[in-house]
Design a protein around this ligand. Structure first.
Ligand code: FRU
Length: 437
């Protein structure tokens, strides 16, 4: 066991239980409005999905000479959307108003797409987070598979590329290397399942999210809790035992943002759900709000969940965490468009929380996301958003949340920028009148 970080009492892991998920059901407080395609795409050449801000150590959104920066998983928009995870590349985008975004380019490559110096780990890079500290960019990512592999593998390791610097002019912002890459963490097989131990559907050890609290430096990530055959969990139900998602945490004793040690998970969902994706925390009025994204099809048999943003709260970083709104459900898609958005990221905006996500499959209400494969290729292309979704406004009152409005697609205001008084803005304004009681 590693030491508990200073000043922390351990009450973990908290559990997302089957009893809590009994209460999962859509309500006016948790269902987002239907999404229509944006008038203009952020970059027609790209599919864009999981997105995150460049931030400073204290979690503030970095402001660099008037620009804010987001990083996102991307692929060519010529690609069949279901194939995009196999070639995911992290690109950055910048904006001076939070509405209009310019494509900066591949984070680890130069303008021509070539990489000088060290190559990133993995045969492709999955989601992460990004820190701007002392003039240096730290781009955290999931190294998925092995660099140079002929056949795709699904190993996942938590990596960081660092050493990037930022130049700006009136017209543009540019992030350039050379980058140094390091693998920070791999599963230990004890607190965190290795791929070899996995009995379940989709193995996970990914999505590193940098976070500081009370002067201590942490990394949150998505993982699985080892549940060996013969475990007593959920009354020996061997099928349900294969669903064992967790939210992992690692600590950097020195504060070095590239060196972390594993700790016990903050939360797990053994016998409940396999994938607790992109975990992140927002601290508000002394309460720690832990958010994850998950899919309908990753709940254990017998649990009817949704593709949704789920949340948990605690008055300490290490828990115990209780599900928000009793079941954990914070924000989901409407019943007639159940897969319209995914991969939610919540950030603080003073009185409210704002939630970014990407526009996923629309005009599609089959029972499972897997059924996308039943569509013709041209329909798979037509019905995939692959762009930022409208930003959702969320009110939070202790352990309860409520959707209160929506901003335009990809509108990501800084906490210092006022929000419109009308709950619905942009293209959605007229359609949304009266949507909220
Ligand atoms: C969520 C996710 C992440 C992963 C990425 C891969 O949308 O599953 O957990 O990093 O997609 O594309």
């Amino acid at each position: 066991m590693t030491e508990t970080p200073p000043g922390q009492t351990v009450t973990r892991p908290s559990a997302w239980t089957r009893a809590a998920t009994d209460g999962l059901s859509r309500s006016d407080n948790t269902v987002s409005p239907i999404i229509y395609p944006p008038e203009e795409s952020i970059d027609p050449d790209l599919h864009l999905w999981d997105t995150w801000f460049l931030r400073t150590r204290d979690g503030s959104i970095a402001e660099i000479d008037g620009y804010r920066v987001i990083l996102a998983l991307t692929s060519s928009s010529d690609l069949l959307p279901g194939k995009r995870h196999d070639v995911a590349t992290i690109r950055y985008f910048y904006s001076s108003d939070g509405r209009n975004w310019e494509t900066g380019g591949e984070i680890f490559a130069d303008a021509s797409g070539s990489i000088e110096g060290e190559q990133p780990f993995g045969s492709r890079q999955w989601a992460g987070s990004a820190l701007y500290d002392n003039g240096t960019v730290y781009a955290y990512y999931t190294a998925s598979g092995e660099r140079g592999e002929d056949e795709l593998t699904y190993t996942q390791r938590l990596a960081v590329g660092y050493g990037g610097t930022i130049d700006t002019s009136d017209e543009r912002l540019e992030i350039t290397g050379p980058w140094t890459h390091t693998i920070m963490l791999e599963p230990d097989g004890d607190r965190y399942e290795t791929q070899a131990q996995s009995r379940g559907m989709i193995y996970t050890f990914r999505d590193p999210w940098f976070f500081e609290d009370a002067g201590e430096t942490y990394l949150l990530f998505e993982a699985n809790t080892p549940v060996p055959e013969g475990s007593p969990h959920c009354d020996d139900d061997t099928e349900a035992q294969q669903f064992n998602g967790s939210v992992g945490i690692a600590h950097s004793p020195s504060g070095d943002p590239t060196e972390f040690e594993l700790h016990d998970p903050l939360l797990d969902a053994v016998c409940v759900n396999q994938e607790l994706e992109r975990p992140h925390i927002v601290v508000k009025d002394g309460t720690y709000y832990l958010f994850i994204s998950s899919h309908m099809h990753t709940f254990a048999p017998g649990i009817a969940g949704y593709d949704a943003l789920y949340g948990f709260a605690s008055d300490s970083l290490f828990g115990p965490y209780e599900p928000l709104n009793e079941s954990g459900l914070v924000l989901t898609n409407p019943e007639n468009a159940p897969f319209q958005s995914y991969s939610w990221l919540v950030y603080d905006h003073g009185d409210e929380l704002l939630v970014n996500s990407f526009f996923n499959y629309f005009d599609f209400d089959r029972p499972s996301l897997d059924d996308v494969a039943l569509l013709s290729e041209s329909e798979q292309m037509r019905r995939f958003g692959g762009a930022p979704a409208p930003t959702i406004r969320l009110a939070v009152d202790e352990y309860a949340t409520k959707i209160t409005g929506v901003l335009a697609h990809g509108h990501l205001p800084l906490p210092t920028e006022p929000l419109p008084e009308s709950p619905f803005s942009g293209r959605d304004r007229d359609r949304r009148d009266g949507y909220l009681s």
